[in-house]
Design a protein around this ligand. Structure first.
Ligand SMILES: [Zn+2]
Length: 94
């Protein structure tokens, strides 16, 4: 019985010769006009071609942090201001 759950490295899918290992890098991302840096961000980096894969859970965690509304469908809807025609004015007792 083999009990190998050591998925700390895997062969690179990009160059198929290098080994991808988990490293902790500083992740840069833009939030609107602000550059966000995340130190010690888990990433998978190929030691040969340098291809980077980010940890899926870490990415979703990060996007949750940066965008609290990410849980919902992220289709951008334009909020249209509602113009009320002045006909239904609040009742004013004369
Ligand atoms: Zn590679």
């Amino acid at each position: 019985m083999k009990k190998k759950k050591l998925s700390k490295s895997y062969p690179c899918r990009e160059c198929q010769a290098g080994v991808v290992r988990q490293q902790h890098i500083t992740y840069f991302t833009w939030l609107n006009d602000e550059l966000i840096t995340v130190p010690n961000f888990p990433a998978w980096v190929c030691d040969l071609c340098g291809k980077r894969d980010y940890d899926e859970r870490a990415i979703s965690w990060l996007s949750m942090l940066l965008n609290p509304n990410a849980g919902r469908a992220s289709t951008k809807k334009k909020i249209q201001p509602q113009h009320r025609s002045g006909k239904s004015a609040p009742s004013v007792s004369k």
